[in-house]
Design a binder for this molecule. Structure first.
Ligand code: IMP
Length: 419
């Protein structure tokens, strides 16, 4: 038995939901290890769209779901999703007692911070993710294990208010501790049956069962490796599995990197291959590039292989899943970024500083376009130029292809067996 991981190699929205859904048919357990309800996974089953923000997407396959310790949990959202999924299938869910809880003040502070930043705002999802992780690191968080124990929760909330009430007031927030306690203690009561020690659970099954670790967001949004400060506050990188789920990384035998056939980004921050004109519009419209979580229109551009190579290197990608290939159907020429020009020199590495990244000029390779990749189910049936494009990516990254997605439905999927 073994474990696989699915990670996004761009700024999120690579179509991981569909890939996770695909692989989850082959596993027993699907685990999330970071992020919160800032994520949005859309899975289309029989033409019907299902949107999840917090639950792992494997839920629609009736698999065991685990929310690991590295996730931040909005209890009200979790209860809503449990309700939604339970109308579709039986729920088998375990939530880590170590996972931190997103409190109402986290959501409020996220909004206020963004307003204050004015034109320097990050463009967060305003779900309280950053403030919740900040409190976790400052040792001022509340964990799920505390939320589900009324006495502990009360004590913890009082301690936090002792330290933070002045800060809340400085922000103009006058919070009623009793109201918060009542509302959240009720969530705790309802979620109690799901809360447990997921670390011992996962380690007890890892040698016997198939596990899938599902990354949320993408590598370029990683707090450590992404385009800081225009990042999220967690570790979508595959290494986040170790800290966010408590399992030995050597037990993960395949890391699958998901790459959209072009690139998108929601929110602010550098994006060297962004196309603001007709091409960008075309990709946004044809690709339906509107956020699952916030509905915001995504910025679109050509595939950036400098960023993808950086992502592949740090994550240690074993195989590539390329999504939305069909969105490129009908374009006469397709560009791929293979270097950055900065102050007269060409670089093939991804700069760590955004002041440089904001000013690089992409160096493009131009490839011929194609018609009719949409809905193809076999690699041989893809148009010649589409195959050429895929091979170019795979060779450039030196990573084999495993899945090609040619449409939104489960059936629009090509699988490629390793030699
Ligand atoms: P936060 O995660 O809400 O703090 O937002 C920080 C940055 O990450 C913003 O640019 C968001 O648009 C982006 N972000 C967060 N979650 C996702 C996601 O699931 N897909 C794409 N972008 C995301």
């Amino acid at each position: 038995m073994g474990a696989k991981a699915i990670v996004g190699l761009q700024w999120g929205d690579e179509g991981k939901g569909k890939i996770t859904d695909f692989f989850s048919s082959q596993v027993d357990v699907v685990v999330r290890y970071q992020g919160g309800n800032n994520a949005g996974h859309t899975v289309v089953v029989n033409g019907k769209k299902y949107k999840f923000h917090l639950l792992p997407s494997g839920g629609l396959r009736g698999k065991k779901l685990v929310i690991g310790n590295g996730v931040v949990v909005n209890p009200s959202v979790l209860l809503d999703e449990i309700d939604m999924l339970s109308r579709h299938s039986k729920i088998d869910l375990m939530v880590s007692d170590r996972a931190n809880v997103i409190m109402p003040y986290h959501i409020m502070l996220d909004g206020i911070d963004e307003e204050r930043l004015k034109d320097k705002k990050i463009g967060t999802t305003k779900r309280g993710i950053g403030p919740c992780y900040a409190d976790k690191i400052a040792r001022l968080g509340i964990r799920m294990g505390e939320l589900v124990d009324k006495e502990l929760f009360k004590e913890r909330l009082e301690t936090i208010f002792l330290l933070k009430e002045k800060i809340f007031e400085a922000y103009g927030l006058h919070l009623d501790i009793n109201e918060i306690f009542e509302e959240y203690a009720d969530y705790g009561e309802k979620l109690k049956p799901y809360v447990d020690d997921t670390i011992y659970y996962l380690n007890s099954i890892i040698d016997e069962k198939e596990i899938l670790f599902e990354g949320a967001q993408g590598f370029l949004l990683d707090i450590e490796y992404g385009t800081y400060p225009f990042v999220t506050s967690s570790n979508p990188v595959a290494g986040g599995i170790s800290t966010g789920a408590g399992v030995n990384l050597r037990k993960v035998d395949a890391i699958i990197g998901v790459l959209k056939a072009y690139i998108t980004r929601v929110g602010a921050g550098p994006m060297p291959t962004e196309e603001k004109g007709k091409i960008g519009e075309h990709l946004a419209e044809k690709g339906g590039e509107y956020g699952t979580t916030t509905g915001r229109k995504r910025r679109c551009g050509w595939l950036d292989l400098v960023a993808a190579r950086y992502a592949s290197m740090v994550n240690g990608i074993d195989a590539l899943a390329i999504t939305k290939l069909d969105v490129l159907d009908g374009l006469e020429k397709i560009k791929v970024c293979i270097g950055y020009e900065y102050e007269g020199r060409i670089y093939d590495g991804f700069p760590s500083m955004i002041n440089i990244l904001e000013n690089v000029k992409p160096v493009y390779e131009e490839l011929p376009g194609w018609e009719g990749a949409r809905g193809k189910k076999r690699y041989e049936d893809l148009p010649f130029n589409a195959r050429k494009y895929l091979n170019f990516i795979s060779e450039w990254l030196d990573v084999p292809l495993t899945i090609i997605s040619t449409g939104a439905g489960r059936e629009d999927t090509i699988t490629i067996q390793a030699d």
